[in-house]
Structures are given as structure tokens and as C-alpha cells.
Design a protein around this ligand. Structure first.
Ligand code: CMC
Length: 430
């Protein structure tokens, strides 16, 4: 088959043939790596049309609202699988057989404890620290505890680090919550499922028995599945960029957590609930819609819009159903939900949102469901980080497994001064 090329005519030069590379699905890409030699870089702030890597983990078609992990549609995984099976799939590229399924569950669920010395690290934080701030610190600190899995050139080390991170993230996350409210840390319970164990570490206290509510356990597991991976988003790209320099996996995941924290990314679920509280009543919605549409007002409707999905967010559809299930089961009647439902209805009918293709995203519903489950707002993004760890570490492993991997080093369009003459401070005119 003849290779397709794109022809680029630069001023004063001969035309350059740029190879077109085809993926298995989605947009083809133009290989522009030769351009540097011709004295040009490409300019694409925010990576609107730039593929930064080759990956076989997650496929998204934003126009059709498709999200697939290793070829499996997200709605099927959310309905029929569990989070740890999805982790196996992301990491290994295929579904486990029964034996692998049991082994993977056993390994992850039996490495949930953390080093006691790491627990002491929490005492160094203020009690009112945001749990995401604690997570940035303690996850990075894992590299000070697991020296035996830091050789990134060793495939076995890479795998152990991946298992450790997936196993220990719920423990670290629940501890960040317990620390903030002054309750004792609850040790993991290996008899429980991944989601059940997390709920117990969050909500149990030593003086009382704790029984995991199966509806909440299933909902928590679904939340984990729906956030497990999302191809080259800001935090995953951050993990890849950090990892491209050869940094250790724990440091790379800590970098991903920092990137996730922002309100335009993983912080949107917390920001969305803050916004619903600020709107307060259905009567106030038109004023907030007006603000969201005003070009001179920085306000945005949190939980609406997505860089990639321009039809609907398939995760939001699953989350919306799960949200209704949980609310019905818990018989929750929350006025904020009326605000959320009405906001969703108005925004979906408003020409501004229709024209700009702004739909409720996964975080619009995840905030509501987490609130109904009794999870405090400050933990929403932490829970996102727990689930996304599987995606981050799968991308990190995939990158290191690829031959010819190079340090990520973007170029720039320089717009500053050049060739100024330096005068010592005393000689400068004020
Ligand atoms: N409310 C009001 N207007 C919006 C919103 C919004 N939530 N999102 C985008 N717009 C407008 C924006 O002002 C712009 O208008 P114009 O064309 O007139 O300049 C247009 O829509 C395109 O917006 P953009 O900022 O160029 O789009 P983007 O792809 O760079 O940003 C986004 C995507 C998700 C950051 C943005 O939609 C947003 O800030 N949403 C709210 C935060 C949010 O919910 N984030 C969670 C995303 S899902 C979880 C995850 O994967 O992290």
C-alpha cells in the first residue's frame, strides 16, 4: 500500500512531504518531526490538534460520544465489570481469565497497608489542609519507602510499582480524610472489595461496627470505573511528561495528582457542588446562566463542557443513572438536586450551550452522587485521583515499554526581549 503524505509548502523552500500515519481508529496524524530541520515548529497551545504519543489504551470519539478501554465500551464495563478488572484490562491490554482475575484481586487487595512511618508523615500537615495537598505529598513520598521497585528499566519493578500504587491509593486517600477530621486512621480490611474497603476506611470508627452498604459499594465501584482512564488528558499527559525524563513512578503519579487538582480538570466535581450551593435555589438559576454566557464574566458552569466530547459524555450517561439509583435507594431529598436537575434542563435547551456543544460532563453527576453518599466535597477530587491512578500508571508503563522513548521537550514561540545589555543595579536609572 502506498504511504499517504501531506505536502507542505513553506516560503522560499522546496515542498516537504510529511508522512500521514494511520491509527486503528480516530483521526490520522501528520508526522511533522522533520519540520524542525526546515527551521519551523508547529504552534498548537493547549494541544487542540496535536497527538503527543502513540497509545493503545483508550479510544475516544468525542463527536459520537464513544469511550472505549482496550476496545471495550465504557457502559459495558460500568455495568458488567468491576474496577479491579478494569485496572487489569488497562494495564495488560486484555481481559483476565478467571485465574488471572482472582490472582489480580488477591494481590491488590493484600497490599493495601502502608508503611507505619508514612502514616507519621500526615502529622506534619495542618489539620485543615486540603486532602489533595496531602495526597500530592504522601504519594510522592512513596518513593522514599519502596526503594526495591524504583528501577524503571526493570519490567518487574515497573509492575510492582503499578500494583503498589493501585493497592495503596485508597488507604492514603481515606487517611487524608481521617486526618482532616481528627479521627483515627482505619486500617484496610482485606476481606472487603476495593470499593467496600475504601468506604470502610473513610467512614468506620474503632468504637463501632461498620457494615458496608452494598448499594454504596456498587456506586463507588462505578465511580472508580468511570474515572479510571481518559486517554491524553492534562494529568495523564503530565504523568507521561514527568516519566519521560526517567523520574520514578511514585513521583510521576504525584505530578499527575497536582495536575488533576485544577477546577478545569478533576477539581470540577468539587467546584460543581460549590456552584450548586452558591446558586442555592431554582429561582437563582437564570442569573447564573446569564453570568456563564457573559464574555466579560469569568464564571463558567462547572460540570458543563469538555475538550473532547462535543455530543455527550458517555460517562455522564452512566453516572446520571447511577446517581438516580443511589438517591432513590437512600431516599434522599436534597434541594441541591432540584437545582442540579433544573440547571441541566435549562442549559440543555439554551441556544448558547447548544451552539457551543456544552453538555453536562461526568463531574456534574459525580459530585451529586458523592454528596448523597456522605463524602465531603474536599474528597471528590481525591476519589478521582484514586481511580485515575490505574490510567496514569498504565500510560506510564506503556510509554516506558515503547522502544525509542525520548524525553518530552516541547518547543515554543518566543515573544520576549533579546540581546539586552546588563547594567549592575547601582548603575541602573530608577
Ligand atoms: N460554561 C460556560 N461557557 C463555557 C463553558 C462552561 N462550562 N465551557 C466552555 N465554555 C465556552 C467558552 O467560553 C468558549 O466560548 P467562546 O467560543 O465564545 O470563546 C467555548 O465554550 C469553548 O470553550 P473552551 O474553553 O475553548 O473549551 P476547552 O476545550 O478549552 O475547555 C473545559 C474545556 C472542560 C475546560 C471547559 O468546558 C470548562 O471549563 N468546563 C467547566 C469545568 C469542567 O466541568 N471541567 C471538567 C471536565 S470533565 C472531567 C475531566 O475529564 O477532567
Amino acid at each position: 500500500m502506498t504511504k499517504q503524505t501531506a505536502t507542505l509548502q513553506l516560503p522560499g523552500q522546496e515542498a516537504i512531504e510529511l508522512p500521514i500515519i494511520k491509527g486503528s481508529a480516530g483521526n490520522d496524524v501528520i508526522d511533522i518531526s522533520k519540520l524542525g530541520a526546515a527551521g519551523y515548529f508547529t504552534y498548537d497551545p493547549g494541544f487542540l490538534a496535536t497527538a503527543s504519543c502513540e497509545s493503545a489504551i483508550t479510544y475516544i470519539d468525542g463527536d459520537k460520544g464513544i469511550l472505549q478501554h482496550r476496545g471495550y465500551p465504557i457502559d459495558q464495563l460500568a455495568e458488567k465489570s468491576d474496577y479491579l478488572e478494569v485496572c487489569f484490562l488497562l494495564l495488560n491490554g486484555h481481559l483476565p481469565d478467571k485465574d488471572d482475575f482472582n490472582k489480580f484481586h488477591h494481590v491488590v487487595l493484600h497490599h493495601t497497608m502502608i508503611h507505619e512511618q508514612l502514616a507519621k508523615l500526615y502529622q506534619g500537615f495542618r489539620r485543615d489542609s486540603h486532602p489533595m495537598a496531602i495526597m500530592c505529598g504522601v504519594v510522592g513520598a512513596l518513593s522514599a519507602f519502596y526503594h526495591d521497585s524504583l528501577d524503571i528499566t526493570n519490567e518487574q519493578h515497573r509492575e510492582i510499582a503499578a500494583y503498589r500504587l493501585i493497592s495503596k491509593m485508597p488507604t492514603l486517600a481515606a487517611m487524608s480524610y481521617k486526618y482532616s477530621n481528627g479521627q483515627p486512621f482505619i486500617y484496610p480490611d482485606n476481606k472487603l472489595s476495593y470499593a467496600g474497603n475504601f468506604l470502610k476506611m473513610m467512614f468506620a470508627v474503632p468504637c463501632e461496627d461498620y457494615v458496608v452498604n452494598p448499594v454504596l459499594e456498587r456506586a463507588m465501584d462505578k465511580i472508580f470505573i468511570l474515572h479510571a482512564d481518559h486517554e491524553q488528558n492534562a494529568s495523564t499527559s503530565t504523568v507521561r511528561l514527568a516519566g519521560s525524563s526517567g523520574a520514578n513512578p511514585f513521583a510521576c503519579i504525584a505530578a499527575g495528582i497536582a495536575s488533576l487538582w485544577g477546577p478545569a480538570h478533576g477539581g470540577a466535581n468539587e467546584a460543581c457542588l460549590n456552584m450548586l450551593e452558591q446558586i442555592e435555589t431554582v429561582e437563582n438559576i437564570p442569573e447564573f446562566i446569564r453570568k456563564a454566557k457573559d464574555k466579560n464574566d469569568p464564571f463558567r458552569l462547572m460540570g458543563f463542557g469538555h475538550r473532547v466530547y462535543k455530543n455527550h459524555d458517555p460517562r455522564a450517561t452512566v453516572m446520571r443513572n447511577a446517581c438516580h439509583e443511589v438517591l432513590n435507594d437512600l431516599k434522599i431529598d436534597d434541594p441541591l438536586l432540584d437545582v442540579a436537575r433544573e440547571l441541566e434542563r435549562i442549559a440543555l435547551e439554551d441556544p448558547y450551550f447548544i451552539e457551543k456543544k456544552l453538555y453536562p460532563n461526568v463531574d456534574f453527576y459525580s459530585g451529586i452522587i458523592l454528596k448523597a453518599m456522605g463524602i465531603p466535597k474536599s474528597m471528590f477530587t481525591v476519589i478521582f485521583a484514586v481511580s485515575r491512578t490505574a490510567g496514569w500508571i498504565s500510560h506510564w508503563k506503556e510509554m516506558l515499554d515503547q522502544p525509542g522513548q525520548r524525553i518530552g521537550r516541547p518547543r515554543q514561540l518566543y515573544t520576549g526581549e533579546v540581546d539586552l545589555h546588563f547594567d549592575p543595579v547601582d548603575d541602573r536609572c530608577s
